[in-house]
Every structure is written in structure tokens, then in C-alpha cells.
Design a protein around this ligand. Structure first.
Ligand SMILES: [Mg+2]
Length: 222
């Protein structure tokens, strides 16, 4: 691993907490209920519409804004009803983040409110230098280039010295092309006790996020 990484960019949902958490369940239900309300349908209909919106516009939120001129803050109102206490502090991850040299950012397709609530419950708030959310990206989400460019510009990030961590491979394609180091966090169980593997010099697949972060900054110790 090149020793010159000085920026660490982490996705929030299903990355800083596991994919199967009760929070993910609440988010899915919150979004579907919201879509059902705005599009005057039931949850089954909402699921279909949501899939179409995501396929066409990247996120349900952007799709709702473009197709129905829905106010984003009104759309995100469901977040205020989420019980974030289902998340618990992750001291292992906090320690691994703290050991990363340079700056650390959360880059999420959710909102700053959602990120702040989740980070507080995970005990990770003080370990990040900033959050870039869907509103900061003018509602254009990952993996659109406009989103990545806006994020890199906002924080003056050199892609060659940055590592990006996400649970969705589609969000890592462009960062990889831009020369960033990428870490795909898989939600599957760790196979054979292997916490991570290196796919290419600057590409990682990790089942255990704290473990791969520790290795990336201290390979000589292994
Ligand atoms: Mg995610």
C-alpha cells in the first residue's frame, strides 16, 4: 500500500454499521412509506416506484424531486421518526479510524441529519472532519461524476492520495478510475476467517472494516 494516503472517505449506511442492522430496516420502511404517501399508493406499489426512481435518478429523493417537485426536506421528514438507538458504539472501528493518517470524511447519499444521528450512536462523531451529504451534492448522488467532483472540490482532495470505502461496488468504479484506492465492504459473512483481500494494488475487498483499515496503515507490522 502506498504510504501517501492522506484522505479517508467512508460511506455511512451498510458500511459504518452492518447491512443487516435494524436501522437499515427502518430506513427502507421510512423511504417506502414516504414514496407511498407522495405517489398515493401502497407499500407494494411504493417498492416498484422506488426501484424505478433509483434506476432512473440514482436515489428515490432525487427521483421524487424531478418527477413530482417534492421538497427534499419534506421527503426526508421520515428520518425524524427513526429510532437511532438500535445502533451501538463500535469502539473497534473508532480505534481503527483514529489511527488513519490525515483527514476522514463521511460521503453519503443520505442527509447530514441522518449521518449525525448515526455517527453519534456509533460513537464515531469526533473521528470525522466532515460529512458530504445528498443536499451538499445538489441532490445528485453517488455514483454520478457530478457528485464525486463536487465532493473532491469541496474538500480539496487529491484522488491519488485518497481511499474510498463503500458497500456498493457501483460507487467505487469511478473513484478507482480517478486513481483512488478503493475498499469494497461486503455485507456477507467473513469467508474462512479472512477479514479482507487485495484484489489489485489499489483495490480491496473487506469483510472486516477495522481489520483492513489497520492493515492499510500498518502493513509492515503484519
Ligand atoms: Mg452504503
Amino acid at each position: 500500500m502506498p504510504p501517501d494516503l492522506d484522505t479517508w472517505i467512508l460511506d455511512l449506511d451498510n458500511t459504518l454499521y452492518p447491512a443487516g442492522s435494524a436501522l437499515a430496516e427502518q430506513l427502507t420502511h421510512g423511504i417506502l412509506s414516504t414514496v407511498a404517501g407522495f405517489y398515493d399508493t401502497d407499500l407494494v406499489g411504493a417498492r416498484r416506484i422506488q426501484a424505478e426512481l433509483v434506476a432512473e435518478y440514482g436515489t428515490s429523493l432525487r427521483g421524487a424531486m424531478v418527477t413530482r417537485a417534492i421538497d427534499p426536506h419534506e421527503f426526508l421528514g421520515f428520518e425524524r421518526r427513526i429510532d437511532y438507538s438500535v445502533l451501538t458504539p463500535n469502539a473497534t472501528l473508532a480505534t481503527a479510524l483514529e489511527a488513519l493518517p490525515g483527514r476522514r470524511f463521511v460521503y453519503t447519499n443520505g442527509s447530514v441529519y441522518h449521518a449525525e444521528q448515526a455517527l453519534a450512536r456509533l460513537g464515531l462523531t469526533t473521528h470525522f472532519d466532515g460529512v458530504f451529504d445528498i443536499l451538499a451534492g445538489d441532490l445528485i448522488p453517488k455514483p454520478y461524476p457530478e457528485s464525486l467532483d463536487a465532493f473532491l472540490t469541496r474538500f480539496a482532495i487529491d484522488p491519488a492520495r485518497a481511499a474510498m470505502v463503500d458497500d456498493l461496488q457501483v460507487n467505487l468504479t469511478l473513484p478507482h478510475e480517478r486513481g483512488m484506492t478503493t475498499v469494497w465492504v461486503s455485507g456477507e459473512p467473513v469467508p474462512d476467517g479472512t477479514p479482507y483481500r487485495r484484489i489489485a494494488p489499489r483495490q480491496w475487498h473487506a469483510w472486516d472494516l477495522p481489520a483492513v483499515l489497520r492493515f492499510m496503515v500498518a502493513p509492515a507490522d503484519i
